[in-house]
Design a protein. Structure first.
Length: 446
């Protein structure tokens, strides 16, 4: 993995970190250590191994629902069924495909709908289930067989929701979720951390000042969070923060993506005008101590187009159970946290397809992070085939948020033609006006 950040001359700089995450079925302590080593905040092997060993003992116990304890994880693994079955589908089938070689797409869609309806009823709270399994530890858990068995009902639901969205497209159902069929710019989707200058983009300071607090990690100490977020509900109150966010996207995130795409030769054959569609106002994810997640999900099942890349930018330290957890590749399910000890480190990942979640925050601090999406498209025809080497088309970018009205997305363009002014690399398509957020952004605009 590499930390990528624009250098002062506009080039891309890299800092390489050791380690690689392991496949889903390999859940030994050694695998966990390798996965933890690849987290961007752990810059040396000694820190990673020490952290892993310090917390590995907390989770080698049975469920709290009366099951007898096992002496080893291997005993529990042997006692588990080799395949999870959801309405006649094995786990592998729900993860990669909903149709066998002899099944039609329509049959698979019906099977999916029936299974989804049954799983939707009486679902327990994901955060509470994991808290019970981890004993309320605030540290990064070891995702061994015991915890994975607790997560499995929630993961089944998330996989089915993801597949349900895929069945609405023109893709063949048997295409693997991790494949590149119908998925633009696959090589940009690899999870990567990036550094940004907090003096140029003091997002945490501007948000704290907007909310009238000194420390965002202590938001839970306020009498009412809704009252604290009230300044964001007016144009005047939110303007400083929205201006800072918009500048961050247009002067840092879009140039970062553009440089990455150029290095992958993704603009070959495209016009000199490359368009970027981005979220006009970010989702502000706030996880107070004691707050729990709704469970694993992905961007497409929440209504976003598969063409969007997801940015996760913590504005506080994100450690242990108050961090965001994700898989590094769709279907891999090698759960790991996006951790940072301080602001200035963000993450780009394939949140449109990768399942991600928050645990119940059992730390003593609130975590605050910005989450938003960016997509790249050119002047291609709407019916042109899209694969892993393609940019988006406008039709692919149409999603629940764009179809439900104007204002959720803004757009910018990079014009590399000789007539383009040299002083303006990224230009907003619709001028400098800021769009008003609404209920589609989520709290506090509900």
């Amino acid at each position: 993995m590499s930390i990528t950040t624009p250098a002062s001359n506009g080039a891309i700089g890299h800092r390489f970190l050791g380690g690689s995450r392991q496949p889903y079925l390999k859940t030994t302590d050694s695998d966990f250590q390798h996965g933890l080593k690849s987290a961007p905040i752990l810059f040396n092997d000694a820190d990673a191994h020490a952290h892993a060993h310090a917390h590995a003992h907390a989770h080698a116990h049975a469920h709290a629902d009366g099951e007898p304890e096992s002496d080893t994880v291997d005993e529990v693994r042997e006692a588990q069924p080799k395949n999870y079955v959801v309405s006649g589908m094995t786990r592998t089938q729900t993860l990669h495909s909903l149709s066998g070689s002899s099944s039609s797409s329509m049959e698979s869609a019906n099977l999916l709908q029936d299974s989804f309806s049954r799983l939707h009823e009486n679902f327990p709270t994901f955060g509470m289930d994991l808290r019970r399994e981890t004993g309320g530890s605030p540290d990064v858990p070891v995702f061994d067989s015991l915890i994975r068995r607790t997560m499995e009902p929630h993961l089944r639901k998330a996989r089915l929701m993801r597949e349900k969205v895929r069945n609405r497209t023109n893709l063949e159902v048997h295409a693997a979720i991790a494949g590149s069929v119908g998925v633009p710019y696959v090589r940009l989707r690899q999870e990567r951390p990036f550094l940004y200058d907090i003096h140029t983009h003091p997002l945490h300071e501007v948000l704290a000042e907007t909310l009238g607090v000194r420390d965002l990690s202590k938001l839970h100490e306020l009498v009412g969070l809704g009252e604290a977020m009230a300044p964001l509900l007016t144009r005047t109150g939110r303007r400083p923060f929205q201006e800072a966010y918009d500048a961050f996207v247009t002067s840092f995130c879009i140039p970062l993506l553009h440089s990455m795409a150029m290095s992958q030769n993704l603009f070959h054959g495209a016009s000199s005008r490359i368009s970027y569609r981005y979220q006009a106002f970010p989702k502000i994810r706030i996880l107070k101590p004691g707050d729990a997640s709704d469970g694993p999900h992905c961007g497409t099942s929440n209504g976003h187009s598969i063409g969007f890349l997801h940015f996760h930018v913590p504005l506080t330290a994100a450690m242990g159970t108050n961090a965001l957890y994700t898989e590094s590749h769709p279907g891999k399910e090698n759960w790991h946290p996006l951790i940072t000890k301080s602001v200035g480190l963000g993450f780009l990942f394939d949140g449109a397809r990768c399942l991600h979640f928050n645990m119940e925050n059992t730390t003593s601090d609130t975590s605050v992070a910005l989450e938003f999406t960016v997509a790249i498209y050119g002047d291609r025809t709407e019916d042109e085939y899209v694969d892993g080497e393609s940019l988006c088309t406008r039709s692919i970018l149409e999603d629940h948020f764009s179809l439900s009205g104007h204002g959720f997305y803004d757009e910018a363009v990079i014009d590399l033609s000789p007539q383009s002014p040299s002083w303006q690399v990224v230009a907003k398509k619709h001028g400098g006006d800021l769009l008003d957020p609404d209920y589609r952004v989520g709290f506090p605009f509900l």
